[in-house]
Design a protein around this ligand. Structure first.
Ligand code: NDP
Length: 254
């Protein structure tokens, strides 16, 4: 049973950077074969090189690309037994200036993309002895975020999707969970720092401190801890953990 992950196929969206790359590292270390999806091939190939994985170009906002990429992943690594829905984007704007285009972009990747990925893999996952879906949600799934109403709405929706699938498949071997991080030390947070710095006209150091202090711990979350949790959720021993919203946020939502 502890060796169950050996040779099993984990597909990770957004696997070339940040949290997705950390998930790849930990799942590979546990013996899994990993397929890494994203739009830019260069970071995907770098991570794939480290984890003996398969890099596949895919925009998760496009269902046809998802179907093609998942077929490519199956051809390389077999039936999908673990799906890590991690690809996401963030933008910020005061609500009265938020554009419909920005709202649509965020929803297409963070929510509709997650729906499409889960649906594209569900047949495989239900055939597995220990099928797993892990959605990388956010503390923004649990509370509102000023200047990011679209992002928070997409992440609330993602948690609703996760809990609904967990309930729907409760009597099967498939588990479905959401991991909800606070601010994590990744490129997405670097971009938030740049935006806050621009809005406020204060320096990058001010902006990084302000964002870091949004976590109650006063530290950014390490991607490694999220990778460890995702790998743990994929173990057969985690079969009774389903429908959970697991916060990894240094007590921010406590
Ligand atoms: P990154 O920006 O490093 O990761 C986002 C990943 O998603 C990138 O690898 C990117 O690759 C991929 N991606 C974005 N859009 C698409 C798309 N249309 N199709 C396919 N892949 C896409 O930041 P994180 O690692 O922090 O983010 C990972 C997840 O964690 C996101 O869902 C984010 O919302 C969530 N999260 C992050 C937090 C943080 O503080 N950083 C906090 C809470 C949750 P590419 O651009 O090449 O497509």
């Amino acid at each position: 049973m502890p060796d169950w992950l050996q040779g099993r196929h984990a597909l990770i969206t957004g696997g070339g950077t940040g949290i997705g790359a950390a998930c790849a590292t930990h799942l590979h270390a546990a013996g899994a074969k990993v397929s890494l999806l994203g739009r830019r091939m260069e970071p995907l190939q770098q991570v794939a090189g480290r984890v003996e994985g398969t890099a596949i170009q895919c925009d998760v906002a496009d269902r046809a690309q998802i179907d093609r990429a998942f077929d490519e992943a199956r051809a390389a690594n077999g039936s999908i037994e673990m799906l890590i829905v991690n690809a996401g984007i963030a933008e910020s704007a005061p609500f009265h200036k938020m554009t419909r285009e920005s709202w649509d972009r965020i929803m297409a990747v963070n929510l509709t993309g997650a729906f499409d990925c889960a649906q594209a893999a569900i047949g495989d996952l239900l055939k597995s002895e220990h099928g797993r879906i892990v959605f990388i949600a956010s503390v923004a799934s649990l509370r509102g975020v000023p200047y990011a109403a679209h992002y928070a709405a997409s992440k609330h929706g993602l948690l609703g999707l996760s809990r609904s699938l967990a309930s729907e498949y409760a009597k099967t071997k498939l588990t479905v969970n959401a991991v909800c991080p606070g601010y994590v030390d990744t490129p997405m947070t670097d971009q938030s720092v740049a935006r806050v710095s621009q809005f406020t006209g204060r320096g990058e150091e001010f902006a990084r401190d302000a964002i870091t202090n949004m976590n109650a711990s006063g530290r950014l979350v390490e991607p490694d801890g999220i990778g460890t949790m995702v790998m743990t959720l994929c173990l057969p021993q985690s079969g009774d953990i389903s429908g959970a919203a697991i916060t990894i946020d240094g007590a921010t939502s406590a």
